[in-house]
Design a protein around this ligand. Structure first.
Ligand SMILES: [Zn+2]
Length: 115
């Protein structure tokens, strides 16, 4: 597993690469380790298990306050919520997040048609 420190986002895995915001290590080492563990447990593909992991997120037990505080105090982390970004001149696509947005939009359209 390759760990690539970047200057934005939080942490996520694409295939065999984990991308993590380098600011997290200096912010809280326990949070950094927990996020690496969490990303290691992902399949690196798109599966129900990967989606389910985001809801329990047991690896961050006891660290969630620090996690949310990091997001609130580090605007660079907000790119985590974008499914597409550039890193080292390469276009990176978080397909799991992209599918999540597409499903959310489709659900929204279906709901709006009903009401
Ligand atoms: Zn995850």
């Amino acid at each position: 597993m390759e760990i690539i420190e970047i200057n934005h986002g939080i942490a996520h895995r694409i295939r065999d690469k984990i991308f993590i915001n380098s600011a997290i290590k200096g912010y809280d080492k326990n949070l950094y380790d927990a996020l690496i563990l969490h990303e290691t447990m992902h399949s690196g593909m798109i599966s129900f298990k990967d989606f389910a992991m985001e809801f329990g997120n047991e690896q961050l037990t006891g660290l969630k306050k620090k996690y949310y505080k990091f997001i609130l105090t580090h605007p660079s982390s907000w790119s985590e919520f974008s499914p597409v970004w550039f890193s080292n001149g390469e276009l990176q696509l978080n397909s799991a997040l992209l599918i999540f947005y597409i499903v959310a939009i489709l659900l929204g359209v279906v709901i709006l048609k009903w009401i």
